[in-house]
Design a protein around this ligand. Structure first.
Ligand code: F6P
Length: 552
């Protein structure tokens, strides 16, 4: 009989809480390499172009077997099938979750209930393509007859982070258009981007699933005024398009219907870069680039849907996270892309993972019995090494790292690239190996330090080691491999939702702040807090702000 979920959790807890048979700690990694020269081969897997190496974690065959049993007991494969079948797996919003339909061929025939999701997707893709090619070919121009050279995407969260991350990764000067992203309601952001834009040659996309998000609608109104002031009121129709599910609101805003590129509510914001929300990418990179991105994601979907769990990259990445978070109690994870072009990947993953997995109740509404999503943060290597890596090497809390390496660069500076890769590999090695007291001592003695100095410095020069990292190796960074990489993380998030029995697809936690901001705004407009409406801190800060604003 299959083990129950509770029994699997208990087994994982026992493995994490008891020394191994050889006496080493459950989180130790060094002894695993010492005992098994084949460890790299045993704990690495490939999918498409990607290699995932989990050997520098403390996973053992026994731990992995327990984690795989948990995946089976939690019915991960059944839940995956339910998502692919268009079942309403986002139960709290009563929605299907079908971002996979966005990158699947028409024949894949994804369905959301009665709706032929694939048909809908391909109808929109055809319109996006015609629009993109019309802009690039010059058939679609600005109000003054000039060709569009720049696209400004106004959106926030999932309507910004994914496209901005991909544009940062793949744009080169040879691309057909420049892309700019405006997210923050702080108008300093608009003031920063504005001087780079010529209204006559700028196409503006208002990207918002709901078309009600305060930040986006405020920025959209600012930019609409900018267009009107420069080109006259008629120009808005020529220069603005909308990417949204809310067709009433796009028309009320004044965007003509043939410039609205829809998507459906079964596309979650943080999973939406493959939908019309990615139009800025098609415009900036060219249709072929966008299509390759979708194809890369589709390749990862096919792997995720078909590979056995023990070889399934998203499932394995999720299981390693369960081991780290729930078994060993590590509360955070760092994402370190050793490629400057992936500078915005940590920001994208922060939303993808933390908005999805930052949940404290199960799908049934009961409190979860274990920790859920870890804190995710990151920076490109090597910059991270000169910033927060100190804590990860020698701090009190181990922080597992995802080290993303790209074998072949797109520049001719081979020496720089070798140094970059040497650093990425070295960080992972240093985290795992550490430096023992004996090694640190020998090093200082060799450098000629006096014995008293050696003794004084020794505790500071020891690295505990046994700090885990997962390496993800891409042969090359292009639209196809980036599509695979992003989809890998999307499916990892799905797996964790299934394993933790939480809804990874809602985000009620962002609502309270929005409501309270809605209440504070009129008080700031009126110049005084409503007496008794707030705690003393909020009221005190409001009074200070209002007084300072008057002083300015
Ligand atoms: O931050 C909450 C959120 O709803 C995200 O999930 C979403 O990506 C973002 O706001 C933007 O929402 P919209 O696309 O509706 O403007």
């Amino acid at each position: 009989m299959a083990e129950s979920v509770a029994a699997c959790w208990a087994r994982i807890g026992a493995l994490a809480g008891t020394p191994r048979r050889d006496g080493s700690a459950p989180g130790a990694i060094r002894p695993l390499f010492a005992a098994d020269p084949e460890r790299f081969a045993r704990f690495s897997r490939r999918a498409g172009e990607l290699l995932l190496d989990l050997s520098k974690t403390s996973l053992t065959e026994e731990v992995l077997a327990a984690l795989l049993d948990l995946a089976r007991a939690a019915e991960l494969e059944g839940k995956r099938a339910a998502m692919a079948a268009g079942k309403k797996v986002n139960a709290t919003e009563d929605r299907a979750v079908l971002h996979m339909a966005l990158r699947a061929p028409r024949r894949a025939a994804f369905r959301a209930g009665e709706e032929d999701a694939s048909k809908e997707v391909h109808a929109t893709l055809a319109r996006m393509r015609a629009f993109t090619e019309g802009v690039h070919g010059g058939a679609i121009r600005g109000a003054t007859g000039e060709r569009f050279t720049d696209v400004l995407n106004i959106g926030i969260g999932g309507s910004d982070l994914g496209p901005a991350m991909v544009a940062r990764a793949l744009w080169t000067p040879a691309c057909p258009m420049r892309a700019h992203y405006l997210a923050n309601v702080d108008a300093h952001a608009w003031e920063e981007v504005r001087p780079r834009l010529d209204p006559r040659r700028t196409l503006v996309l208002v990207a918002s699933k709901t078309f009600t998000t305060q930040e986006t609608m405020t920025n959209a109104a600012l930019v609409r005024e900018w267009l009107r002031a420069a080109l006259g009121p008629q120009a808005v129709a020529e220069h603005m398009a909308a990417l949204s599910t809310n067709l009433h609101a796009t028309s009320a805003f004044g965007i003509r219907s043939d410039r609205v590129f829809p998507f459906r509510d079964w596309v979650g914001g943080r999973f939406s870069l493959w939908s019309s929300i990615g139009l800025s990418l098609a415009l900036a990179l060219g249709w072929e680039g966008f299509a390759r991105l979708l194809a890369g994601a589709r390749a990862m979907d096919e792997h995720f849907l078909s590979a056995p769990l023990a070889d399934n990259l998203p499932a394995l990445l999720a299981l390693a996270e369960v081991w780290h978070v729930n078994g060993l109690g590590y509360p955070a994870r760092a994402v370190l892309p050793y490629d400057e072009r992936l500078a915005r990947l940590p920001a994208h993953l922060q939303q993808l993972e933390m908005e999805s997995l930052g949940k404290r109740v199960t799908l049934a509404g009961t409190l979860v019995a274990h920790a859920t999503g870890p804190v995710v943060f990151g920076e490109p290597g090597t910059n991270a090494q000169h910033s927060f890596m100190q804590l990860i090497h020698q701090g009190t809390t181990p922080v597992p790292c995802d080290i993303i390496l790209v074998a072949r660069p797109d520049h001719p500076h081979a020496d720089s690239h070798r140094k970059l890769l040497a650093n990425g590999l070295a960080q992972a090695e240093a985290l795992m190996r550490g430096k023992t007291a004996a090694e640190a001592k020998a090093e200082m003695q060799k450098a000629g330090l006096a014995e008293a100095e050696v003794a004084r410095l020794l505790p500071h020069r020891v690295f505990p080691g046994d700090r885990p990292s997962a390496a993800i190796l891409l042969p090359h960074l292009d639209a196809f491999t980036l599509g695979q990489l992003v989809a890998l993380y999307e499916h990892k998030v799905f797996c964790l939702g299934a394993l933790w029995n939480i809804n990874a697809f809602d985000q009620w936690g962002v609502e309270l702040g929005k409501q309270l901001a809605g209440a504070i705004l009129p008080e700031l407009e009126a110049g005084a807090p409503r007496p008794g409406a707030h705690d003393a801190s909020t009221e005190g800060l409001m009074r200070e702000i209002l007084a300072a604003a008057q002083g300015g």
